[in-house]
Ligand binder design. Structure first.
Ligand SMILES: Nc1ncnc2c1ncn2[C@@H]1O[C@H](COP(=O)(O)OP(=O)(O)O)[C@@H](O)[C@H]1O
Ligand SMILES: [Mg+2]
Length: 311
């Protein structure tokens, strides 16, 4: 049985399992005690911080994420530790973090800290997953996270967070005088940084596949070796951008929308990223009728068997 067939078979099992997934109740409003903390960091720092030591944290300025808003929208946030969504992402991130820091043979999983979130088609929950994963990982004591919006033609990370567009990835690729630290944003979550998609350009696809992008990815992996870098990315079957990005990734999370993505589409999508050593599937939006009459979401996780992974 080929890897893809095994993966598809596994997905079938996950879909079945998804039927029994618990219903997630809407996240409760954060405790009022959090409001004081939020106020204290509410001012957006606009000035650039000059960094002199080459190994200093290469980040320029900060943005404020309204965590209460995100929690209401059903996202993982640091002050919502016990919600179902937080619990689910606790489980989902575990194997990814293990791979990011684990040794295979004598060497580390190659660029295991570069994790791409993708899917076959638009709307399956890539951005939702990427933000939740990054949030959940940033809540770990020993992990700093950089969330990269690499879906440059349909950027949504800043929008999801209620923030206006900013310079980002595209600007660094277009403007030779800009460097990553000029555009990476600090946030009011200490361990979470954001690299926005940046200014829209007609050359987005070409730039993502460019030699400059290759260098940037290598730079990210080597400059921030202890940092987990989560890439929100375009759908695999609509453009070729994700396929190119995938060749640089240590791990790929393939979001599969329950009851929507067909086996044929998934098979085709997986075939485009065959070269990545570690691929995991995440069954998203698996709906089950909850006791209150609303629909919740469940997740399943599948990954290729150990002996199919590259050594
Ligand atoms: N598990 C989920 N629970 C609730 N809403 C979800 C879930 N997954 C995705 N969504 C919502 O579905 C829509 C599409 O998701 P999005 O992440 O933007 O898709 P993509 O990035 O793959 O195009 C968004 O409104 C998102 O908030
Ligand atoms: Mg998206």
């Amino acid at each position: 049985m080929s890897l893809i067939e095994k993966a598809v078979e596994r997905l079938g099992q996950l879909k079945q399992a998804g039927q029994d997934a618990p219903v997630i109740t809407p996240a409760p409003a954060p405790a009022p005690a959090q409001a004081a903390v939020v106020d204290a960091v509410a001012s957006v720092e606009r000035s650039r911080v000059e960094i002199h030591a080459p190994e200093a944290e290469p980040v320029s300025r900060a943005v404020y994420i309204d965590l209460e808003r995100l929690a209401h929208m059903g996202f993982v946030t640091p002050d919502q530790q016990r919600t179902s969504i937080s619990e689910e992402y606790r489980v989902i991130k575990r194997p990814l973090l293990r791979n990011a820091s684990s040794m295979r043979g004598t060497s580390r999983v190659t660029q295991g800290n570069l994790i791409m979130v993708t899917s076959a088609l638009p709307g399956e929950g890539k951005s939702f997953t990427a933000l939740n994963l990054a949030m959940s990982m940033a809540m770990e004591l020993d992990h700093s996270v950089l969330l990269v919006d690499a879906d440059v033609s349909k950027p949504s990370i800043l929008k999801q967070m209620g923030l206006p567009p900013e310079r980002g990835l595209m600007d660094v690729l277009v403007d030779g005088t800009l460097d990553l630290p000029d555009v990476i944003l600090r946030t009011n979550i200490e361990k979470l940084r954001i690299l926005p998609a940046g200014t829209a350009t007609q050359r987005a696809t070409e730039l993502l596949a460019s030699e400059g992008m290759n260098r940037l990815l290598d730079e990210m992996a080597s400059r921030y070796p202890d940092r987990i870098i989560v890439f929100d990315s375009p759908p695999l079957l609509v453009t070729t951008e994700s396929r190119v990005l995938a060749t640089h990734m240590g791990q790929i999370v393939v979001v599969v929308e329950a009851e929507r993505t067909t086996h044929a589409a998934l098979k085709q999508a997986l075939a485009t990223i065959e070269a990545c050593p570690i691929k995991m599937m995440l069954l998203n939006k698996s709906s089950v009728q909850g006791p209150g009459g609303y629909y919740g979401y469940g997740y399943g996780y599948g990954h290729e068997p150990e002996d199919d992974k590259a050594a």
